[in-house]
Design a protein around this ligand. Structure first.
Ligand SMILES: Cc1ncc(C[n+]2csc(CCOP(=O)(O)OP(=O)(O)O)c2C)c(N)n1
Ligand SMILES: [Mg+2]
Length: 345
């Protein structure tokens, strides 16, 4: 069942963003404490995109995502404790501990796949959109990073989506930074000869537009409108979301420069970490949205603190569940690995 976190009202969207922020911080803490190994990726700074996109979906729709998948899954209604247990490789996780962060999926929520391949999600999502067309209902949302535009799979998928006119919303999350502003060790920007990446889908007759990833209301309006167009026209749409890259977003080893997000930062106090302070001001959708809601009188500091307390408590509970969950027994290692005659065994 889809949970009510696919919020459409301002306070619901704020709460949904906060849940993602607090989940991701716990994830970093668990990784740094050695509770799980391998690389992982964090969605801090892009929360408003997942929340807006998932608010536009209904139960029968499909979601495809990448290694930066935690926010998409939470916004779609996945249970944080089962996600964290999966990330820790525990039996209580969505795939019994076999998928880890890089292959999280929840079929009942229509989250059919996380692809850890750059661009890998696009052909799968286009296939699901073709399935939506054939059954006559539902749409597919496909999230991917800006580097996917350097992959042939993206062009193949987008050409087919355009030729076949399938109901898919392509969401390119461009979190690139100009080289001069990028902290040492961060991912390079995509390198493409197009001046404007959003021109590329237009050339394939996929209508595209751009939106500011730090503006939660603009995202909400844009993604609701595009999802409605996909639903009514049955054809593809494309959006490029521009997000300022969060300073902790180091390749596969995220960190929390300046510590966990503080509500006080939205109420005039400044972080002592200079990069973080600048990012909070210009690019953080959460900080900016909280400030906006307070200025509009939609909520006050006490209400914001109570909302944050609920998010923190929920994620602390998720951590306890994940840590308490046992590892799967070794004799299950070969179960659910191979498919035979349509059945996993
Ligand atoms: C086909 C392929 N090539 C290389 C990689 C290694 N890789 C993992 S993430 C990444 C950068 C992706 O950048 P982007 O799509 O912009 O997403 P971001 O991580 O910035 O959100 C690369 C090159 C991969 N996973 N798959
Ligand atoms: Mg990127």
């Amino acid at each position: 069942m889809i949970m009510s976190t696919a919020a459409t009202e301002p306070l619901g969207r704020m709460a949904a963003m906060l849940r993602i922020r607090r989940f991701e911080e716990q994830c970093i803490r668990l990784a740094q404490a050695g509770q799980f190994r391998g690389h992982y990726h964090i969605y801090i700074g892009q929360e408003a995109t997942a929340v807006a996109a998932c608010a536009a979906l209904v139960a029968e729709d499909f979601v495809f995502t990448t290694w930066r998948n935690h926010g998409h899954m939470l916004a779609r209604g996945a249970a944080p404790e089962r996600m964290l247990a999966e990330i820790l490789g525990k039996a209580g996780g969505y795939a019994g501990g076999k998928s880890g962060t890089l292959h999280l999926a929840v079929r009942d929520l229509g989250i059919l796949s996380t692809s850890a391949l750059v661009g890998g999600t696009l052909p799968l999502a286009t296939g699901a959109a073709l399935a939506c067309k054939q059954r006559g209902s539902g749409i597919t949302v496909c999230f991917f990073g800006d580097a996917a535009l350097e992959e042939g799979a993206l062009y193949e998928a987008m050409i087919l989506a355009s030729l076949w006119q399938v109901p898919i919303l392509f969401v390119c999350e461009n979190n690139t930074m100009p080289p001069g502003q990028r902290a040492r060790g961060q991912s390079p920007s995509s390198r493409l000869p197009a001046n404007r990446l959003a021109d590329i889908p237009e050339a394939l007759r996929v209508t595209s537009e751009e939106v500011d990833g730090a503006d939660a209301d603009a995202l909400n309006e844009c993604l609701a409108r595009l999802a409605a167009q996909v639903r009514s026209s049955g054809g593809p749409r494309y959006v490029e979301v521009h997000s300022g890259r969060w300073p902790g977003n180091f390749l596969s080893w995220p960190d929390l420069p300046g510590g966990e997000w503080q509500i006080a930062w939205a109420f005039g106090q400044q972080s002592d970490h200079a990069d973080l302070a600048a990012w909070l001001e210009q690019s953080d959708p959460l900080n900016r949205y909280l400030r906006k809601l307070v200025a509009a009188g939609t909520l006050d500091r006490a209400q914001a603190e109570a909302m944050d307390e609920r998010a923190r408590a929920e994620m602390a509970g998720a951590v306890r569940f994940a840590l308490d969950s046992p590892y799967p027994p070794p004799d299950e290692a070969y179960q659910h690995v191979y498919a035979q005659g349509g059945q996993a065994r």
